[in-house]
Design a protein around this ligand. Structure first.
Ligand SMILES: Nc1nc2c(ncn2[C@@H]2O[C@H](COP(=O)(O)OP(=O)(O)O)[C@@H](O)[C@H]2O)c(=O)[nH]1
Ligand SMILES: [Mg+2]
Length: 460
């Protein structure tokens, strides 16, 4: 694995290919746009475009009307000169009548003039390599495109604006400062950390660990925001699970019947409540069954419970004391469990004792569903999905780098406390700094970059 130490000037002057791709959705539309980026972008544009002025002579940030070679279409060409473009390179953007045939012809024309098709994420990768974005911001670009809820969009925009990057930089600067103290010590003393106040240094490092752990603790929230909240509806057959799903969705999604064991496969739907994405799973009723297919359904239901963040355990008024731990013996500690007692409409006198975290509902009449939706809101609040704190990590790569930094810092403290040579302390501190640099992409490897940018779509 080769390590790239970013040297911005090196990349800016490197002789890269000139790349091109459609940057609007594929297919037919009023207008489509093709971007060309790289050292030859303007030269190629100059060759294939015929308008009032030659593209090679025009200023950056100007738009030009004209036609393309072979009279393919009448187009508008925007010109961006390095470094003031998305990629940081010379770029042009050609907008034309959005037809797949024209798209194909223009791309062919560009390729026959020495451009090549961009790989997925290659424009953004170049923006990163040219220092227009750091790695956290590049990841935010992908997240913005994939956002399916307001909260996800809001968060990824914050990350693109550099909120997380700034926080990481501040922590990294603390580390560099502490490292400076240790290095100073090493310069003067051969064996031991002598004149440096060791306990003060330990305290400094502990404070830094605290800051990093604070960010680490946002990982779960980040997962809720970007991947959605896994929500399963479970319970005995015929208590009304599918009816509840349908009413939550305000749609006849799942088949409802009075025959127990109707739902055998898992039914999966998504719903955005108060800006937060919930992934809902309706499952087969929990019971012992001789039916092979139903048995498999129950197995899947249990599997989903183990992965769930939020569990709606459904019973009906006749079995209101039913308990989830009767069916599912594994730990439920990390989950929010809400008991829904359904078929409230069948209750003649409303005297049923409702325990804490239980909601009495009727999927038939819709009674109690306001309280049920309130439970979704409580989940959003308890898990601070709406917190104003703008630095939230959103993926495992970010989590792992921060975790590795904490581990190195803890090792540094151990070395300090067991009076080991300053070299050891310095080594661990350096590792921690490097992990922070990995996070923002100051240090990175081809493998990491490929893993990140290959997830982008072509044209991004
Ligand atoms: N009276 C009444 N019947 C309901 C209610 N919810 C569901 N049912 C009925 O209970 C039966 C089972 O419902 P279903 O949603 O298929 O339950 P599931 O097996 O848990 O998915 C069906 O006949 C539904 O019409 C309710 O709130 N009140
Ligand atoms: Mg069902």
């Amino acid at each position: 694995m080769s390590i790239i130490f970013l040297n911005l000037h090196l990349f800016m002057t490197q002789n890269e290919d000139t790349i091109c791709a459609i940057i609007t959705p594929p297919g037919i539309g009023a207008v489509s746009v093709i971007r060309v980026s790289g050292p030859k972008a303007i030269e190629i544009g100059n060759k294939i475009f015929f308008g009032k002025s030659k593209l090679k002579d025009v200023a950056s940030y100007t738009i030009h009307y004209g036609s393309l070679e072979q009279n393919i279409d009448n187009v508008l060409v925007s010109v961006f000169r390095s470094p003031n473009s998305y990629t940081g390179e010379d770029s042009i953007e050609i907008s034309y009548h959005g037809s797949s045939l024209i798209s194909k012809k223009i791309l062919e024309l560009l390729i026959s003039n020495q451009a090549r098709l961009a790989e997925p994420g290659e424009f953004t990768k170049r923006a990163f390599l040219n220092g227009k974005l750091d790695l956290l911001q590049a990841e935010a670009v992908a997240e913005i495109i994939q956002s399916r809820s307001d909260t996800a969009l809001f968060r990824s925009k914050k990350q693109l604006d550099g909120f997380l990057s700034k926080k990481i930089d501040t922590i990294k600067n603390y580390l560099v400062e502490a490292m400076g103290l240790i290095e100073l010590e090493l310069d003067f003393v051969e064996e031991d950390l002598q004149f440096l106040d060791k306990s003060q240094l330990v305290q400094k490092i502990e404070t830094i660990i605290g800051h990093i752990e604070e960010i680490l603790s946002t990982y779960k929230t980040g997962k809720y925001i970007f991947d959605g909240v896994n929500t399963v509806i479970v319970g005995r057959p015929n208590v009304g699970k599918s009816s509840i799903l349908n009413r939550i969705l305000k749609d006849d999604r799942a088949i409802v019947s009075d025959i127990p064991g109707t739902t055998r496969d898992v039914i999966k739907e998504e719903i955005v409540i108060n800006g937060t994405l919930f992934r809902l799973y309706d499952t087969a009723g929990l019971r012992d069954s001789n039916d092979k297919i139903e048995e498999e359904g129950v197995k899947r239901a249990k599997n989903l419970i183990s992965k769930a963040d939020l569990v709606f355990f459904v019973t009906d008024i006749e079995n209101s004391d039913d308990r989830l731990d009767k069916y599912f013996r594994e730990s439920l500690d990390a989950k929010t469990i809400i008991k829904l007692i359904n078929k409230k409409d069948l209750l003649s006198v409303q005297t049923l004792d409702v325990e804490k975290n239980s909601v009495l509902v009727s999927a038939l009449t819709g009674d109690g569903f306001e309280d049920l939706f309130e439970k979704f809101n409580e989940f959003i609040e308890t898990n601070k999905i709406y917190t104003e704190d703008s630095s939230i990590i959103s993926n495992i790569r970010q989590f792992n780098s921060l975790k590795a930094a904490v581990d190195s810092l803890k090792n540094a403290i151990n070395s300090l406390e067991s009076n080991q040579s300053g070299e050891f302390v310095a080594l661990d501190m350096r590792k921690a700094i490097n992990h922070m640099k990995e996070l923002t992409g100051e240090i990175t490897s081809d493998d990491v970059l490929n893993a990140i940018f290959s997830k982008f779509c072509i044209g991004k």
